[in-house]
Ligand binder design. Structure first.
Ligand SMILES: Nc1ncnc2c1ncn2[C@@H]1O[C@H](COP(=O)(O)OP(=O)(O)OP(=O)(O)O)[C@@H](O)[C@H]1O
Length: 291
């Protein structure tokens, strides 16, 4: 497939500089395959959306995004519904969107091959208000962990989430929720309620195990009150998805979800979404992704 023109949008800060390191490798692979590559390096969060919008307007054939979930979240706000196909070169710490797609996480050349091959698939987005969400909405204990982990500068990578979990666990108490899924109302105390279009957050925790990124459905996971020890024991299981079937874990699917709880701030794709209540819907096939 020669004659294709692709914009390579690079967040150089993703994964503590991994974005800057993998970009030349990806550029070289795309060019070697005959693609014309226009490279753009972002200098701030706002650049991701602005540049993506300019690329769409420019008539480029496609975009490749080098970054993590935060970068993809920013780009998705603009790419949603545009019809512009895009490729993902994972360069973040979590990379949960890429993980859900099955894009190689540690091999940028292999990820670039998917762009070269040129096969796209439709991918759903969750929507809350004006905000598109590419992975999971965290609402509860996990929000507090996310907040704490975002504020930590050490350690690198996923170990931050483990430390933040241990720290939050010391004081956390179950919270009262009203969760409404397609009109079915569930009133319960819970440790957390997560809503995903894809299966994982936090760098591979399968909080919404089994969620398909193109089934037109939101997956809802409610973890009912459990002891601190049980929650701690659940975390390694989350990595493997073997928490499913635990008597305190409730899994639901639907197309509209409302989360209510008095004191919870929701996080989406690792960033603040806003205080509950939030309403979440699904936009099937909003993105067209090389995979
Ligand atoms: N030059 C920049 N361009 C774009 N975003 C930047 C830049 N500098 C800092 N940021 C911030 O980086 C965040 C995105 O980082 P990204 O998610 O790609 O990497 P990560 O945090 O290492 O990975 P992950 O989200 O997968 O854990 C953005 O939300 C933005 O606020």
């Amino acid at each position: 497939m020669s004659g294709r023109r692709i914009a390579l949008v690079v967040n150089p800060t993703s994964g503590r500089g991994l974005g800057a390191r993998v970009a030349p490798v990806v550029r070289q692979r795309l060019a070697a395959a005959g693609l014309t590559v226009d490279e753009f390096t972002t200098t701030c969060a706002e650049d991701v959306g602005r540049i993506s919008a300019e690329v769409i307007a420019s008539g480029a054939d496609s975009v490749a995004l080098v970054g993590g979930d935060g970068t993809l979240h920013l780009a998705a706000q603009v790419l949603a519904g545009s019809g512009m196909p895009f490729g993902v070169i994972p360069a973040g710490t979590g990379n949960d969107f890429a993980r859900g797609l099955g894009v190689p996480l540690k091999d940028p050349v292999a990820a670039a091959e998917l762009i070269v091959a040129g096969r796209t698939r439709p991918v759903d987005l969750a929507v809350s208000g004006q905000e598109f969400i590419t992975t999971v909405v965290a609402g509860g204990f996990d929000s507090l962990v996310n907040k704490r982990a975002n504020a930590m500068t050490w350690p690198k990578g996923n170990a931050r989430y483990t430390l933040a979990t241990l720290a939050e666990l010391r004081t956390f108490k179950p919270l009262p929720y009203v969760v409404t899924v397609d009109g079915e109302v569930i009133e319960t105390d819970a440790m957390l309620v997560a809503v995903g279009t894809g299966p994982t957050y936090g760098g591979g925790l399968q909080i919404c195990a089994g969620a398909e990124i193109d089934d037109g459905l939101l997956d809802v996971t409610i973890i009912k009150p459990v002891s601190r020890l049980t929650l701690l024991q659940m975390f390694p299981k989350l990595s493997k998805g073997t928490h499913v079937g635990h008597p305190k874990v409730l899994a639901l699917r639907g197309t509209t979800v409302r989360l209510e709880s008095p004191t919870v701030t929701a996080y989406a794709d690792g960033e603040v979404l806003g205080p509950l209540p939030v309403d979440i819907t699904i936009e099937p096939g909003a993105l067209s992704v090389y995979a």
